[in-house]
Write a new protein. Structure first.
Length: 328
């Protein structure tokens, strides 16, 4: 057995020798010497290697505009040899807190798709566009702009104007650096119990949503005078705090349609049914748009088949009426 293995090894070595010899025949001696500097291929190949590449493209959601930039494909070796931090599987450039070796696009310009008119975006000469985030209406965009020592935030519009956001340094390591708020005309908010309270407060104090649905909520915290959730102070110790979190006191500011749903036998001391009845009257009496649904025999959560099916029907109808029909 050992002799057979030995013979096989001998045959492999012998058969490899002619290949090495043939490959060596006719090769200039100087080509076998170690190179003392980086070499380049012939000019024709260099032209192909560095020929203009397809641009980086960021298209607006409407398809009417897009931003293009020239990519940087072959950074110099010195950049990859520069110091870096290895953190959680990422290679971090400590100079700008971005990715080690990351590059974006240069010479960005805006294109009007219908007529092909281009508008240059005037960024500083050493700036690179890492990413662009468009607004939902396609009229504005945010630019993540990288430099060797920092990453900045800029905003722009389809007329070609740019604006640098001062005193902000972006960090792209944990996901998207910039996110625009979605069109509030196309968003509704829904919450149950303490979430219902939050829905009412959001509609009373912000314009972030087109409509809301509040279920089995508590809308006047002064009815729980000795604490609620993580609030351990009494009403008499923190009267202003109790009022500020109670949307019944701000019902006149609820200017978006709100659907109020409650079980008619809610046994939770903090969310007794009358909370929804009073809040509904406050919104309606202040000129707001509200609808109150009381579910017979239901507690704080809804369990009966008829109740569950009806709640779903009410919610879909509410959002279809006040959100789905809205123009972007």
């Amino acid at each position: 057995m050992k002799r057979m293995i030995l013979k096989s090894l001998v045959l492999i070595v012998i058969s490899a020798i002619p290949v090495i010899t043939i490959a060596s025949e006719g090769t200039p001696l100087d080509s076998l010497q170690a190179a003392t500097e980086w070499q380049k291929p012939p000019h024709e190949i260099m032209e192909v290697l560095h020929a203009p590449q397809l641009p980086m493209v960021w298209i607006a959601p409407t398809g009417e505009h897009m931003v293009l930039a020239e990519p940087i494909l072959y950074p110099h070796l010195a950049e990859f040899a520069a110091p870096m931090h290895k953190l959680a599987g990422m290679r971090v450039n400590p100079a700008n807190n971005g990715y080690h070796g990351q590059h974006g696009g240069t010479s960005p310009y805006l294109v009007h798709v219908n007529d092909g008119i281009t508008t240059p975006l005037n960024l500083p000469e050493d700036a690179e566009v890492y990413n662009i985030d468009w607004t939902v209406d396609g009229q504005r965009f945010a630019l993540t702009v990288g430099y060797p020592d920092r990453i900045e935030l800029w905003t722009g519009s389809v007329d070609g104007n740019l604006n640098k956001i001062e005193n902000i340094a972006l960090n792209p390591l944990m996901g998207r650096t910039v996110t625009w708020l979605t069109d509030p005309k196309r968003i509704g908010v829904i919450g149950h119990s303490h979430g219902g309270l939050m829905v009412a407060n959001l509609l009373a104090h912000t314009d972030l949503f087109q409509a809301g649905i509040a279920r089995s909520g508590s809308y006047n915290k002064t009815n729980q005078p000795f604490g609620f959730q993580s609030e351990r102070r009494s009403l008499f110790e923190a009267r202003d705090a109790y009022i500020q979190v109670s949307p019944t006191f701000f019902a006149d500011q609820v200017n978006e349609p709100i659907l109020i749903i409650h079980g008619n036998d809610d046994s939770n001391p903090g969310t007794l049914t009358f909370q929804s009845e009073v809040f509904y009257e406050a919104v309606r009496g202040s000129g707001g748009t509200a609808r109150l649904i009381l579910l017979p025999f239901e507690d704080h959560g809804y369990r009966a088949r008829e109740s569950v099916e009806h709640v779903i029907w009410e919610q879909l109808r509410w959002f279809d009426k006040y959100i789905k029909t809205q123009e972007p």
